[in-house]
Write a protein of this length. Structure first.
Lengths: 103, 635, 459
């Protein structure tokens, strides 16, 4: 059986949607961060697959993926630091409780 | 001729110099404003001499422009255009401006922020001069906005008090409604022509798509209605009287409020291309002339009487332009600028002397304020339209324009407005100047207040005779008053004055008998006064009426009764309705718009619930909507 | 004129300045010196960016320092210098100037790179580089729960939207086989191409706080120190508008419906921003909504694919950023609640009058920068036939006068807040504010030569 790019794109779409659901639905800030990471992985999968099928001789997609992975690792680190700082003050990482700022 | 550019620049420089100074320093050098306006006056005279003898309509004596910006490859210029109409406006603004500045030296001398007052007054003068010299609509609009700002600052000059603060905001917001129309009109004009310059806009006005000329004209008219306080955007002007009286004289009587009239006169080719817009202008004008006059007749505050009178007279100018008599409208603008600023300055002296603005607490001022009485009298007669004072001539030209344009209905309504005008002039006169004095220690104004008033009174008395020359200067055939119209308008004015005398002058005759009896040694109190009033009423109205009634048939009696009551209740109803309309509808709409915007804001802020995941869901929803749109649209 | 790679001297300088500031402990005078060095370096970078000239595509076509980029880079560097100058005078909360200045300069470097981006990868990296320091600036008070909460919200929403953007980018890459703007070949790509462009734009919409992707802004601003808001609400916006102009120009020919989407987002932003700002009593939140509204005005000019529109938008971001930053800096001095500004006119008349200049410029009253900026925005939308949008823009800017005037009223007629200590004089901070006031007037007066420098097909 020949596996085309659409199969990879479909898988990426499923992963992306799962991550999106988690980001919207989970209460814990850490779980939301992990869900966002899942979405990033879906994007990486999309890019690497497309790179393989669209420009097999060049590595553009892979290079892009490496950049996104580095950047999102840095971002997640920053996010965790923020969550930690909040946890130190309030002893809670539940996003639903963080609603003092509104209006 | 480059000195023309200095005319608006001089007062602007005075403002720029005065503003950064400390308050004490600014108060000390307040004469700077006066000097700058004096310089502008001298240059305006030179400019006027250069334009003389005029005669060519729309022909510029001097033009210059500097590009300031570009939009889509088209230059936007700050340009100066000196033509007959601009030359006349320059003279009016600088003469009235000069008089007001001199007068203010006396009127405001005890105020601790007098320097700031003169600075803003100078900025206003600069803006108004720039407005009449502009050669394109964009510069006109910019000057227009600066004037609005000055008006806001001057109305709210005594911002420690509640009323001026509220009035200044009301003025700013109400005129802003008009400005939105103006701005949209300019945008539409620019989208059509690709230029703001008068020449370029007017050159192709005949080829505009159908409806565009009407739309632009009506949008400009909305702007003019806001600035010139036309019904239904007139509500800010009476409240604006909370500002210093000389500022009211300059801004809210002579110049700024006339800018709307000037705008319509300038943009006349667009209005003419539309046709409908001219008719609407006329309708708006005549409505305003009547409503303003009627309300003026029931006001007790002397400045409010003059404010409503200004509204009514501005309506008159709109009527003239709408009827095709733009020259007549402009001439009324000029005469009105002089006699109304004179009346306001006089009112300032009266308020200073009587320590009140309520006319019911005044009376008998003629004995104590001789100069004011004479000069105010000249202004009042001009306003009422009595020959040979200026108002007679300009009003006559407007009525003549209506007559030759065969707008007979409007002619009758305008005559009715003239009648009401004469009526409230008489009412004001008899209440303020005749009868017994109610306050002690009445003092005439300072010399620096009296001199400008005398100057304005002389102009008011003399300027009417230039009527034919005025038309010729602007490039139209001049004529002397038509006997029919002149006779009719004089009759209407005299009838109005007579009614005013009948209603208010006669009562003061009765009151004077009281003072006669006082001399005879009788003691009188408020009760007695009322008694006499009732007695007069009984002897002069009720008894003859009863007597007549007895001698008439029942049917006749019913007719007379019904007519009298009907007329009286119609009059009452009309005035009450106008006042209610003012309060309920206009204020309601203005407040309602602001309120609904606030309410919408309060509702919208509820979206911001504070929970980040709710936000994420909103974003998700927006993205899904976007995808649905893509699918529905189909690539 | 700088030739060859020297044209990137401003970016190199800014990043180098960021490192110097980061290690400001080693400098004599320490914290404060670090801020001064940052301000000086950023000012030099601004001069170099302005004088450096322009060039065609460089570095394998990944960046293009053209006229729009030159204008935006100059604006970013100059505003960063202004901000660092103020920080040198007044300091940050917790007295950690050097970190703040270093972070701001990293963000400015990222923003300057972003304005030149001609490649999806460069755009993504630069975007993240300009955003990440902003999270830290927003949560600058480490023990302040609301500030951290706002920063976390900012972070989560920004991350979500930037992943959505990446997802869109992956489609764009998949369709055209290249990440370069110039080689994006979307014609005939059908819905996938449109989807890719739209998802990519969502990330930029969120970054520019355009409705309905603006939710982070009001909450994050309201929690953060006003001085951080001054930077985050202005400088990244200039970079964002510049790169949006590039991206839209690259795809507008191939993708239909962009005008509609941009116009709808512009309309939503103007309406929501201006209306929701009306009932606000916190200056930071008020300016957040005002920022949403101004994004709407900017999008109005971006919607039609015209070079005059792009130039107008970039010009207006700078015309908006100067007063907006200055107002937040005053809020950082006086307090962020509207009542904190009560009777400011009698306490600090110069500051109060400068505030009036900035607010009036934001309303768009001539002859200040905001008026000319709006004139160009409305003009370019008009020439594209978006009359309804311009009418909406004029109407909502009337609404905006309502809340801006509330600030003026508070400063002149409000009640003096109780128990305020007299502000210590800080000449450097006052100098920064004075420069901002003069610049607001100067940008308005000098609109014509500035736009000529933008080089957008004016003639």
């Amino acid at each position: 059986m020949q596996v085309g790019p659409s199969a990879f794109m479909a898988l990426a779409a499923v992963l992306f949607s799962l991550g999106l659901y988690g980001a919207v639905a989970r209460k814990s800030a850490v779980m939301v961060l992990m869900s966002l990471e899942l979405m990033a992985v879906a994007v990486s999968l999309n890019m690497v697959a497309l790179s393989r099928f669209v420009t097999p001789t060049e590595m553009t997609g892979q290079v892009f993926t490496i950049f996104t992975m580095v950047v999102s690792a840095a971002e997640i680190g920053l996010g965790l630091a923020l969550v930690l700082a909040i946890y130190r003050q309030t002893r809670s990482i539940e996003l639903t409780r963080m609603d003092t700022l509104k209006g | 001729m480059a000195y023309v550019a200095l005319i608006p620049l001089l007062p602007a420089i005075a403002f720029a110099v005065l503003t950064p100074l400390s308050r004490e320093m600014r108060n000390r050098v307040r004469w700077l404003g006066l000097v700058s306006v004096g310089g502008a006056l001298a240059l305006s005279l030179a400019a006027f001499a250069a334009v003389w003898p005029g005669g060519q309509e729309g022909e510029a004596t001097y033009r210059a422009s500097v590009p300031i910006a570009q939009v889509g490859g088209v230059d936007l210029n700050l340009g100066i255009l000196l033509d007959p109409i601009a030359a006349i406006m320059l003279l009016v603004i600088t003469v009235v401006g000069m008089c007001v500045q001199v007068y203010s030296l006396g009127y405001m001398h005890r105020d601790e922020r007098v320097g700031w007052y003169f600075a803003v007054l100078s900025l206003f003068t600069a803006a108004m001069l720039a407005l009449v010299l502009a050669d394109n609509f964009l510069m006109l609009y910019m000057a227009w906005e600066v004037m609005g700002l000055c008006s806001y600052l001057l109305i709210g000059f005594w911002h420690e008090q509640e009323a001026p603060r509220k009035a200044s905001q009301k003025a700013f917001l109400t005129t802003r409604v008009g400005d939105v129309g103006f701005a949209i009109g300019l945008a539409l004009m620019y989208a059509t022509v690709g230029s703001f310059e008068y020449d370029a806009v007017f050159a192709g006005v005949g080829q505009w798509a159908p409806g565009v000329a009407t739309a632009v004209a009506l949008l400009l008219l909305i702007g003019a209605m806001g600035k010139s306080a036309q019904v239904p955007l007139h509500v800010w002007l009476p409240d604006a009287m909370a500002g210093p009286t000389p500022a009211s004289a300059l801004i809210h009587a002579a110049t700024m409020v006339a800018a709307g009239v000037y705008l319509v006169a300038r943009a006349l080719p667009i209005f003419e291309a539309s046709g409908v817009a001219l008719t609407i202008t006329m309708i708006v004008g005549v409505t305003t002339a009547l409503v303003g006059g009627v309300i003026a007749a029931v006001q007790h505050d002397i400045k409010k009487v003059l404010a409503y009178s200004t509204i009514s007279q501005l309506g008159y100018m709109f009527v003239a332009i709408g009827a095709g008599g733009a020259i007549a409208g402009m001439f009324h603008l000029v005469t009105h600028a002089f006699f109304k600023s004179l009346l306001f300055l006089g009112a300032g002296v009266i308020i200073h002397a009587a320590h009140t603005q309520d006319m019911r607490e005044m009376g008998g001022l003629s004995k104590h304020l001789p100069w004011t009485t004479v000069t105010f009298g000249a202004g009042a007669l001009a306003l009422a339209g009595v020959a040979p004072f200026s108002g007679f001539w300009s009003k006559d030209e407007i009525l003549y324009a209506l007559y030759t344009g065969e707008h007979y209905v409007v002619l009758v309504l305008a005559a009715a407005a003239a009648f009401v005008t004469a009526f409230y002039v008489a009412r004001l006169w008899f209440r303020v100047f005749t009868g017994p004095a109610q306050t002690e220690h009445l003092k005439e104004g300072h010399a620096e207040m009296i001199v400008p008033m005398v100057l304005l009174a002389v102009i008011t008395a003399a300027i009417g005779f230039t009527a034919p020359g005025f038309s010729k200067f602007l490039g139209h055939a001049g004529h002397w008053p038509d006997p029919l119209i002149a006779g009719g308008s004089t009759a209407v004015a005299l009838a109005g004055l007579a009614l005013g005398w009948w209603a208010y002058g006669r009562r003061s005759v009765v009151l004077n008998t009281r003072s006669l009896k006082e001399r005879a040694g009788y003691a009188y109190d408020a009760l007695a006064k009322k008694l006499y009033f009732d007695l007069t009423y009984e002897y002069f109205i009720i008894r003859p009426y009863m007597w007549t009634a007895e001698h008439l048939y029942r049917f006749d009696q019913k007719v007379v009764d019904g007519a009298v009551n009907g007329a009286a209740s119609a009059w009452n109803g009309l005035t009450a309705a106008s006042a209610r309309f003012d309060l309920a509808v206009i204020d309601g709409v203005v407040n309602g718009l602001a309120g609904s915007a606030r309410a919408a804001g309060r509702t919208l802020r509820k979206i911001q619930v504070g929970r980040v995941q709710t936000y994420q869901r909103y974003i998700l929803g927006a993205v899904v909507l976007l995808m649905v749109w893509i699918v529905v649209k189909g690539a | 004129m700088l030739s060859g790679y020297w044209i990137f001297a401003p970016e190199v300088l800014i990043v180098a300045g960021a490192f110097i500031a980061l290690f400001g402990d080693l400098l004599p005078g320490r914290d404060r010196t670090a801020a001064y060095v940052g301000a000086a370096v950023a000012a030099l970078a601004a001069v170099l960016a302005a004088a450096g000239g322009t060039a065609g595509p460089m570095v394998f076509g990944q960046v293009e320092p053209d006229e729009i980029a030159r204008f935006a880079r100059t604006g970013i560097a100059a505003l960063t210098a202004l901000w660092a100058l103020w920080v040198a005078g007044r300091g940050m909360p917790d007295e950690r100037r050097r970190d703040a200045v270093a972070l701001a300069m990293f963000a400015a470097g990222g923003g300057m790179l972003l304005t030149m981006a001609e490649d999806l990868i460069v755009m993504y990296i630069a975007l993240e580089l300009s955003t990440m320091p902003a999270y830290v600036l927003m949560g600058y008070r480490r023990r302040d729960v609301p500030g951290l909460e706002g920063a976390l919200k900012y972070f989560l929403l920004a991350m979500l939207t930037s992943i959505i953007m990446l997802y869109g980018m992956s489609f764009l890459y998949g369709i055209s086989g290249s990440t370069s703007f110039a080689e994006l070949a979307l014609e005939g790509s059908g819905m996938l191409g449109v989807l890719g462009v739209m998802l990519t734009l969502v990330g930029l919409f969120a970054k520019m706080s355009a409705a309905p992707f603006h939710y982070w802004a009001p909450d994050a601003y309201a929690g953060a120190p006003a001085v951080s808001v001054a930077f985050v609400s202005t400088v990244p916006k200039i970079a964002g508008i510049a790169v949006m102009a590039r991206l839209l120009h690259a795809v507008a020919g191939d993708v239909g419906g962009l005008v509609t989407i941009m116009a709808v987002v512009a309309a939503a932003s103007m309406l929501l921003g201006n209306l929701a700002a009306l009932p606000q009593s916190d200056l930071r939140r008020l300016m957040a909504y005002s920022g949403v509204a101004h994004t709407g005005y900017l999008f109005m000019a971006l919607a039609p694919d015209t070079s005059a529109g792009y130039g107008a938008a970039v010009f207006y971001t700078v015309a908006y950023a100067v007063p907006s930053m200055a107002i937040m800096l005053v809020a950082a001095e006086e307090g962020s609640d509207l009542t904190d500004l009560g009777k400011l006119a009698s306490r600090r008349p110069l500051a109060a009058w400068s505030m009036v200049v900035w607010l009036v410029s934001l309303i768009g009253i001539p002859p200040l920068a905001g008026f000319f900026g709006k004139l160009y925005l409305f003009g370019s939308a008009l020439s594209a036939g978006l009359v309804w949008l311009v009418v909406l823009g004029v109407l909502t800017s009337v609404v905006s006068a309502g809340y801006y005037f509330r600030v003026v009223r508070e400063m002149f007629f409000g009640d003096e807040p109780a128990g305020i200590a007299a502000l210590e004089p800080a000449p450097t901070a006052s100098l920064a504010l004075a420069i901002a006031a003069i610049a607001t007037v100067a940008i308005g007066v000098g609109a014509s030569p500035l736009l000529a420098a933008l080089g957008v097909a004016l003639g």
